[in-house]
Design a protein around this ligand. Structure first.
Ligand SMILES: Nc1nc2c(ncn2[C@@H]2O[C@@H]3COP(=O)(O)O[C@H]4[C@@H](O)[C@H](n5cnc6c(=O)[nH]c(N)nc65)O[C@@H]4COP(=O)(O)O[C@H]3[C@H]2O)c(=O)[nH]1
Length: 753
């Protein structure tokens, strides 16, 4: 049940109980008050009845005594004798009057001024009646009411001789009215059975003479034991606990009444108090329950808020757990889930899906030279471009580093993937602006198709990676579909690592030499020594496949030493064989460049072989020099002092400024092959190449273009006064023998000027 409903229901129940109890108390209080009043009325009636009866008997006896004595003595004598004997009631209150048979006053026991009885106040019946007759109330001169009790007397012959009367003030019969008991609105009185009140007192007011319908009045209360009934008294319309009790032997009834209003006033006050208290308690309860309800509501709200926060937090945690915080793309774990899910679905509907494994080319260079913030910015931008290149239903995720994946969940054939891959290449290749500079990155993409290229997630991913790696090998900025043949290569690559360590001892490394030619006349000006590994089982392994491994496990240092020594030795041998002195360029990897023994190793190689240091050129990449400028300057200066030439390889991919180049005092800059690749079509690459040539020339450096593969590229570079070129258009990397052949041919077929 909802708390507001619960608290309202609870409040109503408690209020119902409270008010039920209150009404119960009230009913009992009223009942008790009612019974008390009724009992009190009965008590008063009992007492009053006894008083009245006693007084009436006394009067009755007086009448009889006087009547009896009148047979023997004259009236005055009777009153005197009886008075003297104390047998008459006190004359102050009771007037005894004797009249003759004609109604004439004979004597009174006092000198009261009560007028003589009128015919209507002494009923005719008194002549014949044996019993006392109660006359009608009569007003005296003092405006008081007088009651006459009369009885006829007879002479010795038994004839009617007159009437003896006892006159009593009516107030006498209601003197028992106790205001403390009966209040101001009670009633005490005596009514004749003829319906005429002989006397009636309410509070201090005494009246007599009002006539009522006695039979109607006494209807209920004729029985002496009848309890007091509440009725509206017809003489003043006041509701009273009323008892009307007929007196035995007398034609009279007593009337006792207690005002209902007065008698129940205390109970009403108590009831009022009960109601007030209950109302107060109800108000208190309502406030308390409202407060509790409100607190409970607040508590519920608070709980709800905490729950919502928890859910929100859990959602966030879940989101963070499944998304890459940098790009907001699904992360590796989530992608794995999505891939499995999609594989299952595709399997069910016998469709295909394509997985594109992306790795940014040259990302490391940007990170190293521009810093991680710029690197992050780049990744974010790449993520946006990838998302924009695919459909809403396609999935783009970041696996980590500069690796992304794109999942095309609904394809029917491999060809459908090509436009998507091309779109991605174009989108990523567009220039970026970072830290105020414009630059470009490219991406290499490996593609696998489900289920053809792998029936499980791992295989599909691994094969896509293999295909991506192949794309890198093929010069980056392209996409490659996976094929079985590639996998064989990659398996080979895995086994490379284990056999690399022993390769040096087993003398499995070879140096190839790629000629550098002068642009103007094609003359060989020098060469670049390029390392190859002649694997006993795999055959020729390219440096891209093992140099990173050698860098990782440190083997690059002894391997580098071997390269220097072998290259220098070869160069010296050629000269000894009579070939012209040609420069030989040797690549340095990052780890070699910062190795503390580098200079000593070079010195030793030069010394041991007797090579002229001026024919030796070391190639370092832009990213290597930018890593620690001070250290770079120091190393390069030492090389210069030794007479060794310095070339900046892959120029244009990093961010060396002109002033850096000056500081480094380099001799050669080599334009990166990636700019040459598209130079005929891409205006951007043309502009960049032209700029590099201009920079080189302005600093008096030799500018060499790498990766020149065709005549168009060659022509462009020649037109723009590039100094030298290197590439398949001239020669591929050659064995020492083949290189010697080339040089020999050239010597015997002089090149045109
Ligand atoms: N597509 C294309 N490629 C061309 C063309 N002409 C030459 N190449 C290739 O371009 C690479 C040029 O070398 P690099 O940029 O210094 O890049 C080198 C260099 O950084 C590194 N490397 C090679 N030998 C050594 C070495 O003895 N020591 C060190 N530390 N690194 C080496 O390995 C990289 C790759 O060497 P290689 O596989 O021999 O690849 C060579 C070469 O075979 C062309 O017209 N088209």
């Amino acid at each position: 049940m909802e708390p507001p409903v619960l608290f309202t229901a609870l409040t109503l129940v408690v209020l119902a109980v409270l008010w039920a109890a209150t009404f119960n108390f009230i009913t009992r209080e009223r009942e008790t008050a009612h019974q008390t009043a009724a009992a009190l009325a009965a008590d008063v009636a009992d007492t009053y009845e006894a008083q009245v009866v006693r007084a009436l008997r006394e009067i009755d006896q007086t009448l009889k005594l006087v009547g009896y004595e009148l047979r023997r003595q004259p009236p005055q004598q009777v009153l005197d004798d009886l008075g003297m004997q104390g047998l008459l009631p006190p004359p102050m209150l009771f007037t005894i009057e004797i009249t003759d048979a004609g109604g004439g006053l004979l004597v009174r026991n006092n000198d009261s001024d009560i007028p003589q009885a009128k015919a209507d106040t002494v009923p005719e019946s008194v002549r014949s009646a044996q019993d006392m007759v109660v006359g009608l109330p009569q007003r005296t001169g003092h405006d008081e009411w007088q009651l006459r009790f009369a009885q006829g007397y007879r002479d010795n012959q038994g004839r009617f001789a007159g009437v003896v009367s006892v006159l009593v003030p009516a107030a006498y019969f209601v003197s028992g009215y106790e205001p403390s008991v009966m209040g101001n609105s009670g009633v005490l009185g005596m009514i004749g059975t003829d319906g005429i009140f002989r006397v009636k007192r309410t509070g201090e007011a005494i009246s007599a003479g009002d006539a009522l319908d006695y039979s109607a009045l006494a209807q209920e209360d004729v029985d002496a034991n009848s309890p007091a009934s509440v009725q509206s008294n017809p003489w003043d319309n006041t509701r009273r606990y009323t008892i009307i009790r007929k007196l035995y032997q007398y034609p009279l009834a007593i009337v006792v009444g207690l005002s209902e209003k007065e008698q129940l006033a205390g109970a009403h006050e108590t009831v009022r108090l009960y109601i007030l208290r209950s109302a107060g308690a109800s108000l208190f309860l309502i406030i308390i329950f409202t407060l509790l309800g409100w607190l409970n509501w607040r508590l519920q709200q608070e709980r709800k808020r905490v729950m919502e926060e928890r859910i929100e937090h859990a959602k966030q945690v879940e989101y963070l757990a499944f998304h890459d915080s940098l790009t907001d793309l699904p992360n590796r774990a989530y992608f794995s889930h999505l891939l499995t899910e999609n594989m299952q679905r595709v399997h069910r509907y016998e469709r295909h899906l394509a997985l594109l494994f992306l790795d940014l080319d040259r990302f490391k260079t940007i990170n190293d030279s521009l810093g991680h913030d710029a690197g992050d910015e780049l990744l974010r931008e790449v993520a946006l471009r990838l998302r924009a290149s695919v459909r809403e239903s396609d999935i783009v995720a970041r696996l980590g580093g500069d690796e992304f994946v794109v999942l095309l969940p609904e394809i029917s054939e491999a060809e459908q993937v090509v436009p998507v891959a091309e779109k991605i290449l174009t989108a990523v290749a567009k220039p970026f602006e970072l830290v105020g500079q414009e630059f470009r990155v490219t991406v290499s993409v490996g593609i696998t198709l489900y289920p053809g290229d792998g029936r499980d997630e791992q295989t599909l991913m691994k094969n896509a990676d293999v295909a991506m790696y192949h794309a890198k090998e093929l010069g980056k900025n392209n996409f490659q579909f996976y094929s079985e043949a590639l996998n064989t290569n990659s398996l080979e690559r895995l086994s490379l690592e284990s056999s690399l360590r022993s390769a040096l001892e087993h003398n499995e490394f070879r140096l190839y030499y790629q000629p550098k030619r002068r642009m103007s006349n094609g003359e060989v000006t020098g060469m670049e020594a390029l390392l190859r590994w002649e694997h006993p089982e795999l055959g020729l392994v390219l440096p891209m496949q093992f140099i990173p491994l050698a860098e990782e496990n440190g083997l690059i240092i002894p391997l580098g030493r071997w390269v220097f020594k072998t290259a220098c030795q070869q160069n010296v041998t050629w000269q000894q064989q009579g070939y012209p002195p040609l420069t030989i360029a040797i690549n340095l990897s990052a780890r070699q460049f910062i190795d503390e023994h580098l200079l000593d190793d070079i010195k030793l190689a030069l010394k041991e072989t007797g090579m002229d240091p001026r024919l030796l050129e070391v190639e370092i990449t832009e990213s290597m020099v930018m890593r620690d400028l001070q250290q770079t300057i120091q190393i390069l200066q030492s090389l210069k002092q030794m007479g060794v030439r310095v070339a900046i390889d892959d120029f244009g991919t990093g961010y060396s400024s002109l002033s850096n180049l000056k500081q480094f005092s380099v001799d050669t800059i080599k334009i990166d092959g990636s700019f040459i690749q598209d130079i005929v079509r891409s205006q951007e690459d043309q502009g960049l190449t032209e700029a590099i040539i201009a920079v080189g020339r302005s600093l008096g450096l030799t500018v060499v273009a790498e990766g020149v593969e065709n005549s168009d590229q060659f022509e462009f570079l020649r037109r723009h006064f590039c100094d030298e070129f290197q590439g398949f258009y001239g020669n591929e990397p050659l064995t020492a023998e083949d290189f010697a052949q080339v040089v020999w041919k050239q010597a015997n077929q002089p090149v045109p000027d």
